[in-house]
Each structure stands twice: as C-alpha cells, then as structure tokens.
Design a protein around this ligand. Structure first.
Ligand code: ADP
Length: 577
C-alpha cells in the first residue's frame, strides 16, 4: 500500500497539469455511478407498475429512465474525451523525461543492459504509468456502481442482500489468490520480454551482417527459442487465468441457483413481491463483476507498481548511474591534452589501462599503434569522458576533464569511428545536423577537404541525395569521408579518427589519407592506425601494449627502437606485396 501510494504520487507529478480535466472526469464518473444506482430502483417500480396495470406511471417511469440513461451516455462520451487527453499528455511527459534520463546514463549502465531493457521501459512501462489515473478511475467507478446495485438490492430485500454479500466474499478470496500468483508470473514475463525485444533489436540492426555471415539459421533458432520461452510464461499466466475463470463460472452459477431458491422461498413466505424478485435476480446477475473488477483493479495496481519500479530504477537507482560533469565551460579549446598516470578498468578486477601517461600538443597529429585489444579505443573513449577513470587525471587545455562541463568536452571533440553512423537523410541534412546555419559554401568546402566533393557532384541529386538508413547507399570509405566532412563542419578542435579495419581499396584509402592531411596542423588529430602505412607521416606514433605506452617517436625512430613495431610493419609490407 505504501509502495502504491509513493508510486501514485510520482505519477501525479506528470498528471497534475491536467488536474482540471481529471476533476471533470471524476465528476462525470460519479454522475454515471449515481445513475447506475438509481436505474435498478426505477426498474423495480416499472415492473411493479406493469404487474399492477398502472400504465401512466409505467410510461412516466420509462421516459425518466430513457432521459437519465442518455445523460449517462453523454457522461461516458465526455469522460472518454477527458481520459484520452489526460493519458496523451502524461504519456508524452513521462516518456520524454525517461528518454532524457536514458541519454544521461553512464556507458557502464548501457553496456550492462540489453536494448530491450530501455525499449520496454520507454514504451510499455511509461504507457502503463501514464494511464494509471484513468485505469484506477475506470475500475473504481465500476466497483462503486456495483456497490450501488448492492445498495438497491438492500432496499428491495435484506435477506437477498446478505446472501449475495456472503457469496461475493467467497469469490473475493478466490480472486485474491489468483492475483498473488499472477503478480509473480507477470514479473518473470516482463524480464523475459525485455530479453526477447533486446534480441529482436539486435537482429534488426545486424540484419545485413547476419546475412553476410550466413547465420540466418542460428539467429532464427535463437529467436524461436526466445519466443517459445516467452510464450511458455505467457501460457502459464493464461493457464492460471483459465483455471480461475472456471472456478469463477462455477461459483457464479452456484450463486444463481441458490439465489433462485432463496427468492422462491421468500415469495412463498410473502416477504418479497414477484416484481422485486425479478429485479433482484436481474441485477444480481451483474454482481459477480464486482469481484472481477476488484481482481482486475488489484492486477492493475501490481502492474502499475511494477512499471513504476522499473522506471524509477532508471531515474534513480545505483544500477543506472548518470554521467556527471563539472561546471567549467570552455567555449573553444586549444586542443592540448594530457593523460597523467591514468589507470582504468571496465570490469573492476581487470585494468585495461595501467598508469598511462602521455601529452599531445594542440594541432599535433598523433597515431596510436599496437596490437588489437591493447587499449587504443579505450583511450579515445576516456578522452570523451565516455567512462570515468579510477586513477590519475585527464587534462584538456590543462584542466581536469572532471571539472569541465559536457559541452566543453563533447562539443570540442569529434570521434570518427570505423563505421560512423550516417542518418537516413540527405547529405546536406546530415551535415546540417551539427551546424544548423551551415552555408552552401561551407558545406562544399568541408566536402572538398574530406575528398568527397567529386563523388557527391557525380550523384544525380548531388547534396540532396538521401543516403538510406545508416548510410547504406554509401561505401565504407564514403561514410568515413562524410563523417570527416561532418567533423570539419562542426569545427571541433580535437578529432579522433578510428581508422577502418576493413580493407578499403587503395584509392579510397588515399582519399581518406588526403582528407586527414588537409586537416593536419589546423586540428589536434589522433588516429588509431590499423594499417601502419597510413600513419607513417604522423608527427608522432605512440606504441600501445597491454594498456601502456611502451614507445613513442616518428615512424623511423620506432622502426629502430621497437622490435614489435618493426615486426608489425614488416608483416604489413609483406602482405601488401
Ligand atoms: P584496441 O582499440 O587497442 O583494439 P580496446 O581499447 O578496444 O582495444 O580494448 C581494450 C580491452 O578492453 C580489450 O580487452 C577489450 O576486450 C576490453 N573492452 C573494450 N570495451 C569494453 C567494454 N565496453 N566493456 C568491457 N571490456 C571492454
């Protein structure tokens, strides 16, 4: 109860702007509840008038019922409108807020959870939370209506009333057991659902790679297993529902049988009129729904608490920690930066970087070389504060990265990854994403420096060409050059370039190299070199081994002093010949 109250207060924060509508909605429901209580009493009067040939009264009553039933219809129409607006507005608020919070999450939290965790909470759970006041109101007003019918029966006959209360209590106990079992199964179902939708997300994103790997069969099998597993849990829930439905049906029929016997007994004992007995029997038929409504309301409360706790977890819990930044703002950085005795581990027990120190001056071009898994990409990640380090300091323009605000770091550094994400828009729009007021001249200049202008000019639609989802209509090299153009448009001082590992043709390779040459001396450029031949002209090369920089110097100097570097270079030369 305490938990529900806390969650209701939380949901209220997103609904309180629609307070007026909510009040109108509740008032509308109260009116229809009152009508639902009055109608059975009037119906009894109609039947009495019918059986005693009082036709004037019968016609009068029928017109009254017709009028108030239509007031109820209008109420329903109005309440429905209110509930739709309340839901729409609260849903937009909760979903936007949660989306914003997800974007603030630490990368560790993102790494640890599947995409399904975020998709499900951002869609299903927010929807359930936003609908809480409407749902509660719906069930409560139905329950109150049924209670009102009870009251009407009480007025008509107390024995029938007592009998029905007894039967309802029995049914309520049965329903409570069902709700308990259902709650446990729903939790399991949602966890499995998150896993399944995370897998579906990966399947869709990796569709092309799955085909290339010829791995359709194993993915289909895995998808099948996940769906079967999910369905098993769904089946368990449906089994419980079916069994309890059977029990519900049996008790409802038994109630009906016993009620008829009781009514006959009461008529024979002259304590009940036939007309009243008919009305009691008619409305008693609706009473089992009170138990169903109470059961459903309890289901909804559980459902709501589960959704709220899953959303709370993202908003507040330790498991989903948010990124933290300092307050110093640098509008434009010079581009100097330094790692001072930095140690870092993704997982607590295993350091990926160990006491790492190096300095890069503004406008220098520095390449990181070394075997795969040495820690080169990790250095890039740390420079953008994608993860917090455990020991040491990272300085940008002499200021500790932890003291800088987000814009000073990410607004001044661009990463051009191996496979940069290009959005399903025109080339022009992709470039305008990072600079809204981009002029045609600036755009063409950036593409010229990125060695992409000739290719774009050869397209029928030129800069207005739509490039497909993820830039699918472009080659890997073209995607990287478009990302370079994007960085040039953004004019960030530090550019981190993760060279593509996939073999690019020589011409593309040369174009990318030329694009980097064009940026040299104007930007601080760091390159992760997968092919040493592409970085031999860098100002400096840093050789990374097991999370440490073991050697630094120009290409020639490293050839002389580092055996591993020499070996790597020779293997590459041999392969290219
Ligand atoms: P490189 O770029 O030199 O190939 P990385 O910096 O990508 O190397 O990786 C260094 C080590 O860190 C590897 O052992 C890799 O498995 C591990 N690693 C990389 N990213 C993560 C991550 N998000 N979570 C856990 N371990 C990671």
């Amino acid at each position: 109860m305490k938990e529900t109250w806390k969650n209701v207060k939380f949901a209220w924060e997103y609904t309180k702007d629609s307070k007026e509508l909510l009040i109108k909605y509740i008032l509308g429901n109260i009116l229809s509840v009152i009508i639902s209580i009055v109608v059975p009493i009037l119906s009894a009067k109609i039947l009495i008038a019918l059986t005693s040939n009082q036709f004037h009264q019968l016609i009068f009553m029928s017109i009254i019922i017709f009028l108030i039933e239509n007031v109820r219809n209008v109420c329903h129409y109005f309440c429905r409108h209110c509930s739709q607006v309340i839901y729409r507005e609260s849903f937009t608020k909760i979903q936007t807020e949660l989306g914003r919070e997800i974007l603030k999450l630490e990368n560790r939290a993102i790494d640890k959870n599947s995409s399904g965790v975020f998709i499900q909470r951002l869609t299903n759970d927010t929807s359930r939370l936003a609908d809480v006041f409407n749902v509660f109101n719906f069930y409560l007003s139905n329950i109150i209506t049924d209670v009102g019918i009870f009251f009407a029966i009480f007025i008509l006959n107390k024995w029938a009333f007592l009998f029905l209360v007894g039967m309802i209590c029995i049914r309520f106990l049965i329903e409570r057991t069902r709700v308990k079992i259902f709650k446990q199964q729903d939790k399991i179902f949602r966890e499995k659902n998150e896993k399944a939708s995370g897998f579906v997300g990966e399947l869709v994103r990796g569709l092309r790679d799955i085909k290339m790997l010829n791995a359709e069969d194993s993915f289909s099998k895995e998808l099948h297993n996940k769906i079967v597993d999910l369905n098993k849990t769904r089946c368990n829930m449906q089994d419980v529902d079916r069994k309890y439905n059977l029990l519900r049906g049996f008790t409802a029929d038994l109630t009906d049988l016993l009620l008829i016997l009781l009514l006959v007994f009461l008529i024979k004992a002259n304590t009940l009129e036939v007309a009243s007995a008919l009305v009691i029997h008619n409305y008693a038929g609706r009473l089992p729904s009170i138990v169903n409504y109470v059961g459903m309301l309890l289901d909804k409360i559980n459902d709501f608490n589960l959704s709220a706790s899953r959303i709370f977890a993202i908003l507040n819990s330790e498991e989903f920690k948010k990124e933290t930044f300092g307050s110093i703002h640098l509008k434009k950085v010079k581009g100097d930066f330094e790692f001072k005795n930095v140690s870092f581990a993704y997982e607590e027990e295993h350091n990926v970087l160990e006491d790492l120190s190096f300095k890069v001056n503004a406008n220098e071009t520095v390449a990181f070389v070394g075997k795969s898994g040495a820690g080169k990409t990790t250095i890039f990640n740390l420079l953008c504060k994608m993860y917090d380090i455990q020991k040491g300091e990272i300085l940008i323009d002499g200021i500790n990265i932890n003291e800088l605000d987000k814009d000073s770091i990410r607004g001044n550094i661009t990463i051009i990854s191996q496979n940069p994400y290009i959005f399903n828009m025109t080339i022009k729009e992709n470039l305008r994403l990072v600079k809204k007021d981009l002029t045609i001249k600036e755009m063409k200049e950036a593409c010229r420096l990125a060695c992409l202008d000739e290719f774009i000019e050869s397209l029928p639609e030129k800069y207005d060409t739509v490039v497909g989802e993820g830039g699918v209509t472009l080659s890997g090299g073209q995607r990287q050059r478009l990302a370079i153009a994007r960085a040039l448009v953004q004019k960030t001082e530090i550019i981190l370039f993760d060279e593509a590992t996939s073999a690019l043709d020589n011409e593309t390779q040369r174009s990318i190299q030329k694009a980097i040459e064009n940026m040299k001396n104007t930007y601080t450029i760091l390159i992760i070199a997968h092919r040493l031949s592409t970085v031999i002209h860098a100002d400096r090369l840093l050789y990374v081994e097991d999370g440490k920089i073991v050697d630094a110097g120009t290409h020639e100097e490293l050839l002389k002093k580092n055996k591993n570097y020499k070996e790597l270079y020779e293997v590459e030369q041999k392969n290219s010949n």
